[in-house]
Ligand binder design. Structure first.
Ligand code: PLP
Length: 399
């Protein structure tokens, strides 16, 4: 007999979780997982930041009842995050043109923005980079949008196909939603230069496109301020502007699900109406966000010593990733002098499109228990002193 469930097909497996499953099942003690999407420290562990531990100790010492947070989240959190994202001296903050709502991680922020846009720009289509974070397409499609790609990665130069990207922006209908990675492009590691951003902002503004900046790695590129610059430049251009940001990586708080959605509009009155509608989106989805992660981040950002500690811990992660890139390139240069991997040093953030083909990735997995994504994406932070030599030797074998 046929029931509600009998005709349901199995959904496709998540490609990245599939790699983790295969990795976990591998009995080779020297296995290496470069397919991960999280920051690993030099011991191959996800760090628990000292600033987070101290904030948590403080929160435990000052016991509070577990009331509901406001629909748009903890007030102190929203304020601190807004200042972090736009800069404390930002005009859009002074003019009350920005609203910020706590969200359930960066993903939750993107979904809030997508649901909001579906209500108020229902006929727009969405454009994401080719390639992009693998959840962008599905997320906007699940909010009811048609999702298209704009050219982004150039496999020949291992950089950005900027001419192709700009041409595509110039041909999008007014009102199109353009999703951009504010820094540390996932998966490629290839970012735009400041000059290229100028041109992108110009085209987006003059053509009346709606920019949606996804900033999941603030502080992993050039620095907290430097990485936030792109957001500030878009905000200065006037809006409308959507910004999703995440503390999963920068605070190593993955499972606490801390992020935020900010929206910039033309004036304070518009912002008040926007916030009221965004609250409806939140209320009908999950009512209000959880407390713990928001309190931890708000405590760290607004306590000077903890904030300084966070900035130094984040800098240490950023510096280590850069050092890993340099070591990887230098070792490959020594052992495979005919191959040029210098582009890996130019890339930003946790990931690298290494240039390895699917066939080479398969060989690394089958012969050496080294796991990467089929596209050649590796997590640079997953390299460490005890595995990098093995990884380089294995790569040399498949080149
Ligand atoms: N956006 C990008 C570009 C990402 O890489 C990620 C996480 O990997 C996210 C959003 C989602 O962040 P979160 O884990 O905070 O939901």
């Amino acid at each position: 007999t046929s029931t509600l469930f009998s005709a349901i097909e199995m959904a496709p497996r998540d490609p990245i979780l599939g790699i983790t499953e295969a990795f976990n099942a591998d009995t080779n003690p020297a296995k290496v997982n470069l397919g991960v999407g999280v920051y690993y420290d030099d011991n191959g562990k996800v760090p628990l930041l000292e600033c987070v531990q101290r904030a948590e100790a403080h929160l435990i010492a000052t016991v509070t009842p577990r009331t509901y947070l406001p629909i748009d989240g903890l007030v102190a959190y929203d304020k601190a995050v807004q200042e972090l994202v736009f800069g404390a001296d930002s005009n859009v903050i002074a003019q009350k043109r920005a609203i910020t709502a706590q969200a359930i991680g960066g993903t939750g922020a993107l979904k809030l923005g997508a649901d909001f846009l579906k209500r108020f720009a229902p006929d727009s289509q969405v454009y994401i980079s080719d390639p992009s974070w693998e959840n962008h397409r599905a997320l906007f499609e699940s909010a009811g949008f048609v999702v298209n790609n704009y050219p982004y990665y150039d496999a020949v130069t291992h950089g950005v196909n900027f001419a192709g990207m700009l041409d595509s922006l110039k041909s999008m209908p007014a009102g199109s939603i353009v999703l951009l990675h504010a820094c540390c492009h996932n998966p490629t590691g290839a970012d735009l230069t400041a000059d290229q951003w100028t041109q992108v902002i110009e085209v987006i503004t003059t053509r009346g496109l709606i920019p949606f900046l996804d900033m999941a790695y603030q502080g992993f590129g050039a620095g907290i301020e430097e990485d936030g610059k792109v957001v500030r430049r878009f905000a200065d251009a006037g809006g409308p502007l959507f910004v999703s940001n995440s503390f999963s990586k920068s605070f190593s708080l993955y499972g606490e699900r801390v992020g935020a959605l900010s929206i910039v509009s033309a004036d304070a009155a518009e912002s008040a109406r926007v916030l009221s509608q965004l609250k409806r989106v939140i209320r009908t989805n999950y009512s209000n966000p959880p407390t713990h992660g928001g309190k931890v981040v708000a405590t760290v950002l607004s306590t000077p010593e903890l904030r300084a500690l966070w900035e130094s811990e984040l800098a240490a992660m950023r510096v280590r990733i850069k050092a890993n890139r340099e070591q990887l390139v230098d070792l490959l240069k020594q052992k495979a002098p005919g191959h040029d991997f210098d582009f890996v040093k130019q890339q930003c953030g946790m990931f690298s499109y290494s240039g390895l083909t699917k066939d080479q990735v398969d060989q690394l997995r089958n012969n050496n228990s080294i796991y990467a994504i089929d596209t050649g994406r590796i997590c640079v932070a997953a390299l460490n002193f005890s595995n990098i030599g093995r990884v380089v030797d294995a790569i040399c074998q498949v080149l």
